[in-house]
Write a protein of this length. Sequence first.
Length: 151
Amino acid sequence: MLTRRDAFIALVTMGITCCAMAVADGHIGMIGSSTYDWNSMHFTKTRVGEVAQVIKAPTATLEELEVHVTKLNPGQSPHDPHRHPNEEMIIVREGTIETLSNGVWTRLGPGSIILNGSNQLHGFRNVGTVPAVYHVINWRTAATPASTTER
């Protein structure tokens, strides 16, 4: 015969097991299918333009997915050429930019895509007369090398 005490212990055990499984699977704080409306993005002023942080969280296959949109003023660069362990993709939405890739500065316009490889030197600057708008997509996985601080 099942007592109230036995039922209570079984219920508590099931709750603890479910919580442990969720933590072990990494589902807490993980993002899945989502939408992000351009007209709802909040841009914050920076010293070189504006930025909107869109996503920064783990997914089912990535330790971290980070997406932001930058509006870079004419003649500006977001930072000096640098390298970092994670790979990143940049999609140019508006304007004319130059990007440092494989040791060469290349001019690109709207619709262009840049892939910056792991720990490879890269840079970016707005060479146009209007703000350059671009989407930056960064990701980290278990295969991403340890962080470096070299620029």
